[in-house]
Design a protein around this ligand. Structure first.
Ligand code: F6R
Length: 244
């Protein structure tokens, strides 16, 4: 728990930078799992600052995003493709061929094959070193809405009404929010060597408390992180449970 989200992201960005630099020195590549939404924006700002002011290079970094709305093209302003370009990829020296974001335009009859290929690409890259996560008020990580269990893999899912409501302002109204998404599964996320769930502000406090206090349960998908050997919740004071 940090007093502010800014302090929290500075610490995390520093750890990510150290991981990237170490791996690059060894001649290897660093694989980052990325999230979108409002929560990781200050983290991406800090990574961009480290790139511009402290020479942090993303040349040897491979990325896999958690999810994308189904039916949105990469050019759509609400797409997570657009989000990632705007907040990170256009501002650092990452190689476009190392960027992976689920394609929201895959024809329905090809989704299953496509999702299996996404999983295979993660394996081929050597697995995810560090997965960044946010948490939805439903307890979702990625778009693994309840009930999602720890056998789930990358797939097409239906968004919870609460999640769609939370996205309504970004889309100019609930009617325009997609009903489905492609997301990595809980099993995919749990295979990351390290996972960090970020949450800021009072709005997230209740679900963070419930997730931390819960034994792993498909009714709060984030609670499966409690099973992980190297997972952390990175919180500001407002999001931290009262029992802390
Ligand atoms: C986004 C994602 C979601 C968000 C969650 C919180 O890629 O996977 O799980 O992290 O919905 O969203 P914000 O940060 O906007 O509150």
């Amino acid at each position: 728990v940090h007093s502010t989200s800014q302090q929290a992201v500075e610490q995390l960005a520093g750890e990510i930078a150290a991981g990237i630099r170490k791996r690059t020195r060894q001649g290897g590549r660093y694989v980052l799992g990325l999230a979108t939404g409002s929560t990781p924006i200050p983290l991406y700002e800090e990574l961009v600052r480290l790139h511009r002011e402290e020479g942090l290079s993303f040349e040897k970094v491979t990325t896999f995003n958690l999810d994308e709305y189904y039916g949105l093209s990469p050019e759509s302003e609400q797409s997570y493709h657009h989000f990632m370009q705007k907040h990170l990829f256009s501002k650092v020296d990452i190689a476009p061929e190392r960027i992976h974001i689920p394609d929201g335009m895959v024809p329905r009859n090809e989704v299953e094959r496509y999702c299996a290929e996404y999983e295979e690409a993660i394996t081929q890259a050597g697995g995810i070193d560090l997965q960044i996560l946010g948490i939805g008020r439903t307890g979702h990580i990625g778009f693994n809405e309840p009930p999602s269990d720890d056998s789930t893999r990358t797939r097409l899912v239906t968004l919870d009404p609460v999640t769609r409501q939370d996205a309504a302002s970004d889309f100019g109204g609930l009617d325009f929010v997609p009903k489905e998404a492609i997301t990595m599964g809980i099993a995919t996320i749990l295979e990351a060597r390290t996972a960090v769930l970020l949450a800021w502000g009072e709005r997230k406090q209740e679900i963070v408390s419930r997730s931390l206090a819960s034994s792993p349960s498909s009714s709060i998908p984030a609670s499966f992180l409690n099973l992980h050997q190297d997972a952390a919740y990175l919180l500001d004071e407002a999001a931290a449970p009262e029992f802390q």
